[in-house]
Design a binder for this molecule. Structure first.
Ligand SMILES: *[C@@H]1O[C@H](CO)[C@@H](O)[C@H](O)[C@H]1NC(C)=O
Ligand SMILES: *[C@@H]1O[C@H](CO)[C@@H](O)[C@H](O)[C@H]1NC(C)=O
Ligand SMILES: *[C@@H]1O[C@H](CO)[C@@H](O)[C@H](O)[C@H]1NC(C)=O
Ligand SMILES: *[C@@H]1O[C@H](CO)[C@@H](O)[C@H](O)[C@H]1NC(C)=O
Ligand SMILES: *[C@@H]1O[C@H](CO)[C@@H](O)[C@H](O)[C@H]1NC(C)=O
Length: 299
């Protein structure tokens, strides 16, 4: 009985505390034009979200990137918060220690760069409108969520933890024009059957660990720029380049492990197809490696 009374007293005290502190209304700061920037709040797992009232604005920005004031932490966007934010079409949520997030249908632009983000949760049967996705400088090891995003136009996955990739994940995203996968740890790229990306114009794979590029199943008819700098490639199939990327204009090749005889032949064939072989990095290759073809090291 005493224990029960004690519990009652504690709960009454708790309710009183909530009533006193009340709901904190987050206000848009004045200094940004089209965006509603809110800062100085903390959201962690299993938190009571009724503590905050979020502004009703289509373009929200959490935190004050790039000049972080260190006052804003949004570790997770749960289903509950996603429902609260469902009218938001653009969200910037940079450098606030984000780890996981549930996506909502109306979100079209998401910039979640510079976090510890590793899981974007999508649910089956939804109609996601996401077009621009910036996940650079995070911790993604897999990106299966891409299958649920048919409206994607650009995806930036630079500086993540990808080790392998199934290119077929992108096959529904027929509007994609730029894929940036640079600065990961990608060793292999698989493709499950023939795939078409009719609008893809830029594919950046530089600064990975690729020793083979198998493009035989790719039909990227509008690809103009392919960046392969800083990998471990020895050989590039010109037959694949010609058939998979018929409109290629520029290919970055520097800092790989090219076989000199192959590179010599490859570069001649590239010129024949009017594709420019280029260097992405500005190092003086000739001094560094001894042998080179048009400034691109070979061994
Ligand atoms: C941040 O919010 C707290 C209340 O949660 C308030 O006391 C403090 O003054 C705010 N700081 C700034 C810089 O707005
Ligand atoms: C992120 O914010 C912290 C302060 O909270 C700052 O020290 C750091 O430089 C910021 N990082 C980036 C990449 O802006
Ligand atoms: C993604 O964010 C990074 C860092 O904030 C920025 O440098 C980059 O330009 C953005 N990417 C795109 C495609 O806007
Ligand atoms: C490239 O492919 C076209 C047909 O798709 C063919 O006519 C041409 O000879 C090929 N060129 C080279 C250099 O393989
Ligand atoms: C490339 O081939 C040309 C002749 O076709 C030759 O003169 C040159 O030395 C070769 N370069 C390398 C790096 O093998």
């Amino acid at each position: 009985m005493d224990r029960l009374r004690c519990l009652l007293v504690v709960s009454v005290l708790c309710m009183a505390a909530v009533a006193v502190s009340g709901v904190r209304k987050l206000e848009c700061s004045e200094h940004r034009d089209q965006e509603c920037e809110i800062s100085n709040f903390t959201i962690v797992e299993s938190m009571d979200l009724s503590e905050y009232e979020f502004p009703d604005h289509p373009h929200l920005s959490f935190g004050t990137y790039p000049h972080s004031d260190d006052s804003t932490y949004v570790v997770t966007i749960t289903k509950e918060l996603a429902d609260i934010l469902q009218a938001t079409e653009k969200l910037e949520i940079q450098n606030v220690s984000l780890q996981t997030m549930v996506l909502w249908n109306n979100l079209r632009i998401l910039d979640a760069s510079h976090n510890s983000f590793y899981e974007l949760v999508v649910e089956p049967g939804q109609n996601y409108q996401l077009r621009e996705l910036n996940l650079s400088y995070n911790r993604f090891q897999s990106i299966d969520f891409v299958l649920a995003l048919p409206s994607l136009r650009t995806i930036d996955l630079r500086h993540n933890y990808l080790e392998s990739l199934d290119m077929s994940l992108f096959s529904m995203a027929t509007e994609l024009w730029k894929i940036n996968l640079a600065n990961n740890r990608i060793q292999s790229i698989a493709t499950d059957g023939t795939m078409y990306l009719p609008r893809l114009s830029n594919l950046l794979l530089n600064d990975n660990l690729l020793s083979v590029l198998d493009a035989s199943e790719w039909h990227f008819n509008m690809l103009q720029e392919l960046n392969l700098a800083r990998n471990r490639l020895r050989y590039l199939s010109m037959c694949e380049v010609n058939h998979s990327f018929p409109h290629l204009q520029t290919v970055y090749l520097d800092e790989n492990r090219w076989d000199c005889a192959h590179l010599n032949a490859t570069i001649r064939q590239l010129h024949a197809l009017s594709i420019k072989p280029m260097r992405h990095y500005d190092q003086d290759d000739e001094e560094r490696c001894g042998r080179n073809v048009e400034g691109i090291c070979c061994y």
